[in-house]
Design a protein around this ligand. Structure first.
Ligand code: MSP
Length: 694
């Protein structure tokens, strides 16, 4: 019984990871760490959902096979999980599940076979063959009913998805159906007998009203001729499985359902059932379809399905590339510690509700709660132990003959007061944590920080240190503070593993906060006389003005994705905003070496008559003669302002004539926004003309 299984959704492999994906992984990781800390054998799954028409289309657009597309996106997920400390190496997930794994094919085929033999609670075949007629949204991977789409403006056009605003696909074909309509009563009785099955309660109510509204049978296959990128239906290879049917099943195939090797390596019976963490947008699939499939197959239902809200921007708007309000993972990683990001995510979002995420808010919290809060408590306590107690943990007890003296300074001589307070806070913290109320749990931990901080400020150790008679009183204050730090490191380890370990190390404690069950903490176990380590700031203060001005000056940080091919005929190389779809294919280093990129300096610049977009530049590449180069940037750059500027030139581009002028190279620029605004690449350090870029 002492096992636990927690899952995040598996993310579509059609586009690169973003904050929403990072968030669920952080929550899953935090839960897994908390369970492991208590000695529970825990399995944490995350991964990618790699089949279906959407991935097929993204791949096609990028000139890749669907598997290449998935591999490409997975590489970015792996980079993300490593950078943010969420992979196995950093004590995070146990499996990065991929639905293209052969064992998944085996497991999901086994589930299909079981369902095709199963009878519904009303005595019908659970799966039957029929004909599907309707509209399908590729991005949602979902069939849409009339109230779920936007009718077209022009007759004859397809309707559009309300969520994605993209045209729906007309589907009219033979299909296997899952007889979902026969599972309404069975599902209702699960929801009623297990009120905690779907959480939080208001989301559970949404699910209940959906089921009460009547369930339609679900089309669970597509013809291979329409969707070829999927798992073939057993014994009928003309069909591929509906991607949600197959994707949901990953939660059991990952731990060994339908595959001996996985079963031996992990163990289905050992870990199932799981706690599924999902976004509210995909709750229906997890809380209705998935339990119905499992009921049909006679498999135990999940432990619970917990839906979180969405991250909105600081003004409460949905995040989107077009609005330019997306939180970039590159920026998060560059400016913020993993612990600060984790803390913010868990503190700021009341679990279940939508939350607001802005860089400024993140800096504010990092400064007030971490740098000035927990971090400051730690550094001031340890610095004073170093200074006043010769770096040794003082005694936590006041000798009888000093009690009166201590009392006079206002220090509580009853040790059990502070111990009682922190024990109570620990119990509350654990309770909130177990009900996934992370924000409340953290508030409770911060009540400890505030209390201990106040104890120090009231006792004024710096004054006590001046009086030899108050040595023990001083020691007691510092002991209590240090002991509280030990407790806080254990409590906060699942949320902020790096900082907890760092404070643990500074206290020179044995073992690791990762292995201590908070319930086992006992006040007073911090050993008197032990030496502390070097004192370091765990959360340095962030300079808000400086960081915000740096963040605002980069419209978007391009990640290490190769630039897309030039989009226009204008002689500017566009390094377009990185996205998975824009990249056509990988190149070898030798291919890159074919491009001769050189540093140049603009000697003159003028407009080209009758060409609004073009500037005629003379650029010094350190050659005998300056080059004449045309650049399609006239709408964005005043010619005079370019003179003297260092630029990057593609020097070995075949010369071509434009508007009667020969262009002997190209200027390299980034391009962003919908109109493709160019921003010329330049250098912040001195570099001679003609230097090669490699
Ligand atoms: N592939 C399916 C899930 C299959 S699970 C068997 C899928 N993938 S997804 O990549 O589109 O989304 C994965 C998760 O990211 C969802 O839980 C979704 O709620 C979450 N988020 C996407 N944007 C988000 C925010 N802005 N904020 C928080 N989470 C968000 O759906």
């Amino acid at each position: 019984m002492n096992t636990f299984y927690v899952t995040t959704p598996i993310y579509y492999a059609n586009s690169l990871p973003h904050l929403g994906h990072l968030y669920t992984m952080i929550v899953g990781d935090t839960i897994a760490r908390a369970k492991r800390q208590r000695g529970i054998d825990t399995y944490f799954l995350t991964g990618t959902d790699e089949h279906g028409i959407n991935i097929e289309r993204a791949a096609q657009k990028a000139g890749r096979t669907p598997k290449e597309q998935a591999d490409y996106v997975v590489r970015y997920y792996k980079i993300m999980t490593s950078e943010f400390g969420l992979d196995t190496e950093h004590g995070g997930y146990d499996i990065f599940m991929r639905t293209t794994e052969p064992f998944h094919y085996e497991g999901v085929s086994e589930l299909w076979r079981r369902l095709s033999k199963a009878k519904t609670p009303k005595g019908n075949d659970a799966i039957y063959k029929g004909h599907y007629e309707g509209w399908f949204c590729a991005a949602c991977a979902e069939y849409k009913t009339e109230d779920e789409y936007q009718k077209p403006k022009n007759e004859g056009d397809p309707p559009t998805c309300i969520i994605h605003d993209t045209p729906l696909d007309r589907v009219s074909e033979e299909s296997y159906f899952f007889r979902l309509s026969d599972y309404d009563e069975a599902l209702m009785s699960v929801f009623e007998s297990r009120p905690d099955f779907v959480r939080p309660e208001y989301r559970r109510n949404e699910v209940l009203s959906f089921v009460r509204g009547g369930l339609q049978d679900l089309s669970v296959s597509r013809l291979k001729t329409s969707v070829s990128w999927g798992v073939p239906v057993p014994d009928d290879p003309a069909h591929t499985m509906y991607v949600w049917f197959e994707a949901l099943t990953n939660y059991i195939t990952a731990i060994g359902f339908g595959n001996e090797t996985r079963q031996k390596a992990v163990g289905f019976e050992k870990f199932w059932p799981a706690l599924h963490l999902v976004g509210k947008d995909i709750l229906r699939f997890h809380a209705v379809y998935w339990p119905a499939f499992l009921l049909a197959a006679g498999i135990e239902l999940p432990r619970a399905i917990v839906a979180h809200g969405m991250w909105l921007d600081a003004n409460g708007r949905k995040m989107s590339k077009t609005l330019g309000n997306v939180i970039e993972l590159d920026i998060l990683h560059k400016y913020f510690s993993n612990d600060a990001i984790r803390y913010f995510c868990l503190r700021e979002m009341v679990f279940g509700q939508d939350g607001r995420f802005g860089y400024e808010g993140l800096i504010d919290r990092a400064n007030s709660d971490l740098a000035s809060g927990w971090g400051n408590l730690s550094s001031r306590t340890l610095t004073m132990i170093a200074r006043y107690c010769d770096s040794r943990i003082p005694s936590g007890l006041i000798p009888e003959d000093k009690l009166l003296l201590a009392k006079r300074t206002g220090v509580d001589t009853d040790e059990t007061t502070v111990a009682g307070f922190i024990e109570h806070a620990r119990d509350q913290f654990v309770q909130h944590f177990d009900s996934l109320a992370f924000s409340k749990a953290l508030e409770t931990a911060w009540s400890v920080v505030a209390r201990v901080d106040k104890m120090i400020t009231d006792a004024k150790p710096w004054d006590l240190a001046k009086d030899e008679n108050q040595k023990q009183t001083l020691g007691v204050v510092l002991y209590r503070a240090a002991e509280s730090l030990r407790w806080l490191s254990v409590l906060l380890y699942p949320v902020m593993p790096e900082a907890s370990r760092a404070i643990w190390k500074q206290l020179r404690l044995d073992g690791s906060p990762a292995q201590i069950d908070p319930a086992q903490l006992k006040w007073g176990e911090l050993k008197e006389g032990s030496t502390i380590g070097d004192v370091q700031q765990v959360f340095p203060r962030m300079d808000k003005t400086k960081i915000m001005s740096e963040i605002n000056s980069v419209d978007s940080v391009p990640s290490a994705v190769a630039p897309a091919a030039p989009e226009s005929t204008a002689p500017v190389v566009h390094a377009t905003q990185a996205d998975a779809v824009g990249v056509t294919s990988f190149i070898e280093i030798d291919d890159f070496a074919k491009v001769d990129l050189r540093v140049g300096q603009v000697l003159s610049a003028e407009r080209v008559p009758k060409a609004d977009k073009l500037l005629l530049l003379k650029v010094d590449l350190g050659e005998e003669q300056p080059r004449q180069i045309l650049a399609g940037i006239a709408q964005y750059y005043e010619p005079e302002k370019l003179i003297g500027r260092k630029v990057v030139i593609v020097a070995n581009l075949k010369p071509r004539k434009l508007r009667g002028f020969e262009s002997q190279g190209m200027v390299v620029a980034a391009s962003y926004g919908e109109e493709g605004r160019p921003v010329i690449a330049t250098f912040t350090e001195d570099v001679p003309n003609g230097a090669r870029l490699k």
